[in-house]
Design a protein around this ligand. Structure first.
Ligand SMILES: C[S@@+](CC[C@H](N)C(=O)[O-])C[C@H]1O[C@@H](n2cnc3c(N)ncnc32)[C@H](O)[C@@H]1O
Length: 218
C-alpha cells in the first residue's frame, strides 16, 4: 500500500466517510464499523508506522519512557514505539478501533484504552515523557482544535516531549474537511500551554504538505 495515500483517495470504498461530520465519537465509530474486517476500508490506515516517525525516533535516545499515543487508530505507530522499549499507552475514541488493535496485536505490550481526548482521565495529567499525535487534531472540526491542543499539551510531563505530525496548510489557504489541514499559526497555540517549540520540519509528500513539530515542557 502507498503509505502516502491521501485519505480522500480511498473515500469511495467506505460510505461512512461521506457522512456529515456530527461528532468525533459517532463519525469515527461509523467509519471503523463500516470497514468490516478489511483494513483497506479505513482511509488513513497504512498498516505501517507513519513515514515521518521513524526518522525522528532514530535521532532520539529514549528507553522505558512513559509514552502516550493520541487517537491511535489501528495501532501501527503505538506498536512501533513499544518495539523501541517505550512504555506505551494508546487511546482512541472509537471502541471498534481499540478492539481492532487488540485483535491485530494480541501479544502487544501497548496498553490500549478507549478514551475521549476531551475527557481524559486525571491520571494522564502531565504524566507522559513522550506524547505523540499523528493526524488526530486535523481529523476533528476547526472549532474544536484549540481544545484538542490544550488537552494534548496537558498530558506532557515536566521535561517531556510532544511530537505532532499533521497535514499542513498556509494560513491563508482554506481547508475543507475532514481532514481540516492545520496552519502553523494554529499549532503555535501549543506555546500557550507551557510548551516550547524545539524542532520543525515541513515535507511535501504526494502533493500534500506535512508538518512535524517537536515541543518540550520545561
Ligand atoms: C485520521 S485518524 C488517525 C489515526 C492514527 N493516528 C494514524 O495516524 O493512523 C484520527 C483518529 O483519531 C481518533 N479520534 C478522533 N477524535 C478523537 C477524540 N476526541 N478522542 C480520541 N480519539 C479521537 C479517531 O477515532 C481516529 O482513529
Amino acid at each position: 500500500m502507498d503509505t502516502n495515500t491521501k485519505p480522500t483517495d480511498r473515500r469511495s470504498v467506505n460510505p461512512a466517510v461521506r457522512r456529515p461530520f456530527d461528532s468525533p465519537a459517532t463519525w469515527f465509530e461509523a467509519v471503523y464499523t463500516h470497514a468490516g474486517d478489511d483494513i483497506n476500508n479505513v482511509p488513513w490506515a497504512r498498516q505501517t508506522n507513519n513515514p515521518l516517525l521513524m526518522p525522528w525516533l532514530e535521532q532520539q535516545l529514549r528507553v522505558h519512557q512513559r509514552t502516550l499515543v493520541v487517537g491511535c487508530g489501528l495501532g501501527d505507530d503505538a506498536e512501533m514505539l513499544a518495539r523501541r522499549d517505550l512504555q506505551v499507552t494508546a487511546f482512541d475514541i472509537s471502541p471498534r478501533a481499540i478492539a481492532w488493535c487488540r485483535q491485530r496485536f494480541p501479544s502487544s505490550a501497548v496498553d490500549y484504552q478507549v478514551a475521549d481526548l476531551f475527557q481524559l482521565p486525571a491520571t494522564f495529567r502531565q504524566a507522559f515523557d513522550l506524547v505523540f499525535d499523528a493526524l488526530t487534531i486535523q481529523s476533528i472540526p476547526p472549532h474544536m482544535h484549540a481544545d484538542a491542543i490544550a488537552a494534548i499539551a496537558e498530558c506532557v510531563a515536566p521535561g517531556g516531549t510532544l511530537l505532532i505530525i499533521c497535514y499542513g496548510r498556509q494560513p491563508d489557504e482554506p481547508t475543507d474537511g475532514p481532514p481540516w489541514y492545520l496552519a502553523r499559526t494554529e499549532l503555535d497555540q501549543f506555546l500557550q500551554h507551557g510548551l516550547q517549540e524545539v524542532h520543525f520540519e515541513e515535507h511535501m509528500m504526494s502533493g500534500v504538505r506535512r508538518f512535524l513539530v517537536e515541543y518540550s515542557r520545561l
